[in-house]
Design a protein around this ligand. Structure first.
Ligand SMILES: Cc1cc2nc3c(=O)[nH]c(=O)nc-3n(C[C@H](O)[C@H](O)[C@H](O)COP(=O)(O)O)c2cc1C
Length: 187
C-alpha cells in the first residue's frame, strides 16, 4: 500500500469587491468549483475587516491582519479578481496589499489575475505595477479577461457557460502548472 501523501496545491482567491452580488467574487466561486482534484482554492473573506493601513501599527497584533498574512503565507499561489473604480483598484484591495508590503507574504508568490471586464484596463495595469513592486511573481499565461454579460450574475450562470468555464478551468490548470515550475526553479 502506498501511503505517500499527495500535496494539495493551496490557492487563496481574493476578490477586490465587497459587493454581495459581486461578479468578481462570482468568478472566483466558479473557479473554486472548477478546480481539479489536488487543487484547493479558498475564498478570502476578510477584506472588509482589515483596519486602515497604518505603518505605526505594522508590528502590532491585529487579528484580521494576522489572518490575511497567515492565509497568504500558507498559500502556494494567489488568484485575484478585482473591479476597477475610477480607473484604479478598489481602496479595500490596496489597503490589504499595503498590510503585506513590509511583512513580505507576497514576495515571490505566484499570482494570477482575472479580469471580469474588458474595460477595466487601468485597474489591471495598476494592480500589476503594485504586485511587481512587491516582488510578487505574476503568471501572465494564467491571467485572463473574462468579460461577463449582465445576466451572468452568479457562479452557476458562469459555470453553465461552457466557453467561460473552459477558459477559467484552463487558467487554473496553467496557474497550477506554473506554480510547480516556479517552485522547481527556486534554488
Ligand atoms: C464607484 C465606481 C466606480 C467605477 N469606475 C469604473 C471605471 O473607472 N472603469 C470601469 O471600467 N468600471 C468602473 N466601474 C464599474 C465596475 O468596475 C463594475 O461594475 C464591476 O463589474 C463591479 O465589480 P463587482 O461586480 O465585482 O462588484 C465603477 C463602479 C463603481 C461602483
Amino acid at each position: 500500500m502506498c501511503d505517500e501523501k499527495i500535496k494539495v496545491i493551496q490557492i487563496l482567491a481574493i476578490s477586490g469587491s465587497l459587493r454581495a452580488a459581486s461578479s468578481n467574487t462570482a468568478l472566483l466561486r466558479a473557479a473554486i468549483s472548477l478546480a481539479s482534484q489536488g487543487v484547493e482554492i479558498t475564498l478570502y473573506n476578510g477584506l472588509g475587516d482589515l483596519p486602515h493601513f497604518n505603518p505605526d501599527l505594522e508590528r502590532t497584533e491585529i487579528p484580521s491582519v494576522k489572518d490575511i498574512r497567515t492565509q497568504l503565507q500558507i498559500s502556494d499561489g494567489v488568484l485575484i479578481s478585482s473591479p476597477e473604480y475610477a480607473h484604479g483598484i478598489p481602496g479595500v484591495l490596496k489597503n490589504a496589499l499595503d498590510w503585506v508590503v513590509g511583512s513580505g507574504e507576497l514576495y515571490r508568490k505566484p499570482v494570477a489575475l482575472i479580469n471580469a471586464s474588458s474595460r477595466g484596463i487601468h485597474a489591471q495595469a495598476s494592480l500589476r505595477e503594485i504586485l511587481r513592486t512587491m516582488d510578487a511573481h505574476i503568471i501572465n499565461e494564467a491571467s485572463i479577461t473574462i468579460p461577463l454579460s449582465s445576466n451572468q450574475i452568479d457562479e452557476t450562470d458562469i459555470i453553465s457557460d461552457s466557453k467561460i468555464s473552459s477558459a477559467l478551468h484552463n487558467s487554473i490548470v496553467t496557474f497550477v502548472s506554473a506554480i510547480g515550475t516556479f517552485r522547481a526553479e527556486i534554488p
